[in-house]
Ligand binder design. Structure first.
Ligand SMILES: [Zn+2]
Length: 168
């Protein structure tokens, strides 16, 4: 672990999501559903970073991310790194990777798009045209979206809605 990551206490076992784009930690926690975990979590927002100026960092005890969660993080923060911790040591560290196509996670807003068909809706699929800044294109209707235009599919929540959290 580098010096700058030590600002937040080390965890014994779990996951560290580092180099999150500044200000995106809460959005990521909400989107991935990690905000519903009852595990100990430390969140650093606008932590100073030599490489990127400012960054967010999240440490979660006893939680390991699945592929969908990593994809969600890669879309919002392509520079993010995921470290797996065991006995206070980093046993694996990897950069998130944006897939060439993003399936199911994002909604296409074109009403006539086949992915919105009322009769036979099919899973959305977007081709990644550019990674930084992100630019994606619906494979069905060719509409292009930038990061700030992307709408994520809402996931089932236990009570609160995605919108409420993001507005905090
Ligand atoms: Zn479309």
């Amino acid at each position: 672990m580098s010096q700058k990551s030590l600002r937040i206490d080390k965890i014994q076992k779990g996951t560290v999501i580092d180099h999150i784009n500044a200000g995106y930690a809460l959005t990521i926690l909400n989107l991935t559903g990690l905000d519903e975990a009852s595990n100990l979590m430390t969140i650093g927002v606008n932590v100073s970073s030599k490489k990127y100026g400012k960054k967010d960092i999240v440490k979660i005890e006893n939680v390991f991310l699945d592929e969908v969660q990593m994809q969600q993080i890669s879309i919002l923060s392509p520079n993010a790194t995921i470290s797996l911790i065991e006995n206070f040591e980093v046993i694996q560290k990897r950069k998130v990777e944006i897939p060439q196509t993003i399936k199911k996670l994002i909604v296409c807003e074109t009403k006539t798009c086949i992915s919105n068909s009322l009769k036979e809706p099919i899973d959305t699929e977007f081709k990644v045209l550019d990674e930084k800044p992100l630019k994606i294109q619906c494979v069905y209707c060719d509409r292009i979206y930038k990061l700030n235009e992307i709408k994520f599919k809402p996931r089932r929540k236990k009570g609160k809605s995605v919108k409420q959290i993001i507005q905090l």
